[in-house]
Structure formats: C-alpha cells, structure tokens
Design a protein around this ligand. Structure first.
Ligand SMILES: Cc1cc2nc3c(=O)[nH]c(=O)nc-3n(C[C@H](O)[C@H](O)[C@H](O)COP(=O)(O)O)c2cc1C
Length: 189
C-alpha cells in the first residue's frame, strides 16, 4: 500500500520512540503550536487535566542532580544524574485531575492526559522530531516533585524526551499481530 507522506496512517506507522535524541528541538513557539494541537485529543468535559514543565539547556544537569539525590545507591545516582542529558528537551508530564468531578471520573481524565501525550508524540514525529516517554521510580520521589513544582493534587507521569533521532538508530517497526484482539458482535453482512 502506497501512502501519501502526510497521511495520519503513515505518521502512526512510522513513529518510533527514540532512545537517543539530539538537537534540533522545536522552538518554544513551535512547541506551543504542537501542544495546542495535541490538546484536541479526546477529553471528556474538555478539562485538559494536565500541564507540562519543559526542561532544557544547563537546567537538565540540575534536574539530573535532583534525580541523583532521589536514588538509592551511588551507582543508581551516577546513572540518574545523566538521564536528563539523553535529550535536549524534556517535557515533564504532569497530570492534574479535577477532583470529584460530577461527570468525569479520574480514570477518564487520566485517559485524556495520556491521549494528549500520544498525540503530541505523533505530531512531533510528523514535524521531523522524535521522542520517547520515560518514567521510573523517580516519578514518586519528593525531591523530584519539589524541584518540578508538582502539587499534592497532581501526579507526575514521567517525561517526554524530545529531540531529533540520531541517524544511526533504526526506526523500523516490526509488524504487530493485533487481529486476535478484535472480536465482533454483529448481525447482517
Ligand atoms: C507511560 C509510559 C511509560 C514508559 N516508561 C518507559 C521508561 O521508563 N523507559 C523506557 O525505556 N521506556 C518506557 N516506555 C516505553 C517507551 O516510551 C516506548 O513506547 C517503547 O520503547 C516502545 O517504543 P515504540 O514507542 O517505538 O513502540 C514507557 C511508555 C509509556 C506509555
């Protein structure tokens, strides 16, 4: 099947997470446009129950120091300190649910937030950038919450590491067998 390069199907099929990322990154104006577009992902009640904290430049080293503080062993601390340096831009994903919403339970709000992040990763890809969503034990660490300004009623869902894929990294997608995951209850033909 030949697809137009701009088709949604093509973007979905060619997106791959990128473990190693380099410059360039979207500038703040382009990032704002992409996030605005990603915010149109399905969202019951249009609550937009999320926010992003962008970390870039030398601040990544400071973020790494905070991750190291939260580590259990010196070896983990050494590796944690280097983590934010794996990409030129980190988008911290903060879930900010509206508590006790009369119509939209928190799981639906979490679904809206994750839908936004997935949409953003596709938009980044379609604009020539790459990303990877990463989490880890640090998402629970008080030091990390304090550094990023995460409130008690918010949840840190990890980081979307953003940049441009290193040319040497493969970006092929193995075929997925999802047919058994579809069952039909239908009548007629
Ligand atoms: C919520 C969430 C958290 C993730 N956390 C990590 C992580 O901490 N480390 C990691 O290597 N991959 C993590 N992944 C998986 C990668 O983001 C990525 O999806 C995976 O490497 C598969 O690559 P693909 O997106 O190209 O299929 C996470 C994915 C999701 C959705």
């Amino acid at each position: 099947m030949t697809l137009p390069p701009t088709s949604v199907l093509n973007a979905v099929l060619t997106r791959r997470s990128a473990p190693r990322l380099a410059e360039p990154v979207p500038d703040p104006a382009e990032l704002a446009r992409l996030v605005q577009a990603a915010a149109t992902a399905p969202d019951h009640g249009r609550l937009r129950p999320w926010r992003l904290v962008a970390v870039s430049g030398d601040e990544r080293a400071r973020h790494g120091d905070v991750l190291a503080e939260a580590a259990d062993t010196p070896e983990q601390a050494r590796r944690a300190a280097a983590k934010p340096l794996r990409a030129p831009l980190l988008l911290t994903i903060v879930h900010r649910p509206v508590p006790d919403h009369p119509k939209v339970p928190e799981w639906e709000q979490l679904a809206a937030t994750t839908g936004m992040v997935t949409t953003l990763s596709l938009l980044l890809h379609s604009h020539g950038f790459a990303s990877i969503w990463r989490t880890g034990a640090a998402i629970q660490a008080p030091q990390v919450h304090k550094y990023l300004g995460i409130d008690d009623d918010e949840q840190l869902l990890g980081w979307l590491y953003v940049g441009t894929r290193c040319a040497s990294d493969a970006a092929d997608r193995r075929p997925l067998d999802t047919l058994p995951r579809i069952t039909w209850h239908t009548t007629g033909t």
